[in-house]
Design a protein around this ligand. Structure first.
Ligand code: COA
Length: 373
């Protein structure tokens, strides 16, 4: 029997960040312009005036204070309000693969692993740049890996689903070293003109190196158990797709970007996730006292506080359930991995924790881990 472990994680963070103040100033300038341009229709009752956004609301409702992005200026430009860059020729590495490679190199360096020793690459993320060839194969090629790669998408849960896929591959003896890469360019699928969601997402890439225990470096993380769950819901949805071209009159409609019923998501996902963590703890013979830390998906601080308190039986502090939302925002599948990457060095051999993701689908995944000597 082969035993999968986590050898190391990696992180790529874009250099530019947008604060809530900058974001709201731009959004409100757009609202003022829109309302002025449509003043007559609004006065006649044919159009509803747009409402301004507020820094206070965003802070309080989400805990997000800033987000990193790959293309700051066009996002803040009220004539554009979205990321923009030149399309790259096929001979050049794509932007999604590029940030994935940066995170992967970080994970490899931390594990002391040469890329040539890796067997497979999974690109597990919410929004792939193209249909094919798989971005994972482009990352594999850029790193010089002799093996195979494929893409997978389970929205915000992509990373934990990728970790289980890699772990299963190792258990079955089909690979010894697998890179799970989560490049998330969320700025491309966020509607920056939508007051309800314009503050939510940021860009980042993470990587997780899952390996067979016998080749893993000292200080790796034993995987105690993984559990996945999906339940269909339309409450988080993005209808963008190639078939939209068949319907030119609706191809630019709001639902071709991220849309959600945030309140319903909050209400329905909190019990689903906390019940799932508790059931998995039961299966693994773990109690709250055994849990040193929860690295939860980063969508909303209030949601995380509630999930953590249901699991631990008391209000969790920042040490027990760290958040990176204030600086990174929601980075889809990468969120729980960033939380783990930035908040795990202080744990010692024997410490146990859970990486947990949740999001569109609905989908949720838990990976219980224990620091090895
Ligand atoms: N600025 C100011 N006010 C705003 C606003 C903004 N940008 N956006 C909404 N509001 C207002 C609303 O109009 C509403 O006003 P009303 O009470 O007068 O009707 C009020 O704030 C509350 O809006 P609501 O959308 O109900 O806020 P919320 O407290 O539910 O917070 C989310 C919104 C999205 C932050 C929250 O629901 C959430 O995080 N849900 C989970 C999302 C999630 O995990 N998604 C997974 C994605 S991967």
């Amino acid at each position: 029997m082969f035993t999968p472990v986590i050898s190391a994680t990696g992180l790529f963070t874009p250099k530019d960040s947008i604060s809530n103040e900058e974001l709201v100033a731009s959004f409100n300038a757009y609202v003022a312009q829109h309302n002025a341009q449509n003043a007559e229709a609004i006065a006649a009752g044919d159009m509803t005036a747009l409402e301004p956004s507020s820094v206070e609301f965003i802070d309080k409702a989400s805990g997000i204070k800033a987000r990193y992005v790959l293309s700051k200026e066009p996002i803040l430009d009220i004539e554009v309000m979205g990321p923009r860059w030149d399309e790259r020729p096929n001979e050049e590495i794509g932007v999604l693969a590029e940030i994935g490679v940066a995170a992967a190199r970080d994970a490899l360096a931390r594990a002391g692993r040469e890329a040539a020793q890796v067997d497979a690459v999974l690109c597990a993320c919410s929004n792939l740049q193209r249909a094919y060839p798989a971005v994972a194969i482009e990352i594999q090629d850029a790193l010089g890996i002799d093996g195979f790669g494929y893409d997978m998408n389970v929205a915000c849960s992509s990373a934990t689903f990728g970790i289980q896929a890699a772990a299963d591959m190792i258990r079955a003896g089909n690979a010894k070293s697998v890179l799970v890469v989560n490049p998330e360019i969320c700025s491309g699928h966020l509607n920056w003109r939508d007051r309800d969601s314009h503050f939510i997402f940021g860009d980042v890439a993470t990587a997780v190196l899952v390996e067979e225990k016998s080749i893993a470096p000292a200080g790796h993380w034993d995987i105690l158990g993984t559990k996945l769950k999906t339940v269909f819901s339309n409450n988080i949805r993005n209808n963008f797709g190639f078939l939209n071209r068949a319907h030119p009159e609706t191809r630019d409609a709001k639902d071709k970007l991220f849309v959600q019923e945030g309140r319903k998501v909050f209400r329905e996902v909190v019990p689903m996730v906390s019940d799932m963590i508790l059931a998995e703890m039961d299966r693994l013979n773990l109690t709250a006292e055994h849990l040193r830390r929860l690295w939860l998906h980063q969508a909303n601080t209030n949601m995380n506080r509630l999930i953590a308190s249901k699991v631990l039986g008391h209000d969790a502090n920042e040490d027990e359930s760290p958040t990176v939302l204030d600086t990174y925002g929601n980075t889809s599948s990468a969120g729980s991995i960033i939380a783990f990457h930035l908040n795990s060095d202080d744990l010692v051999a024997g410490d146990t924790g859970v990486i947990c993701s949740f999001g569109a689908g609905y989908s949720a995944g838990t990976v219980f881990i224990k620091k090895a000597a």
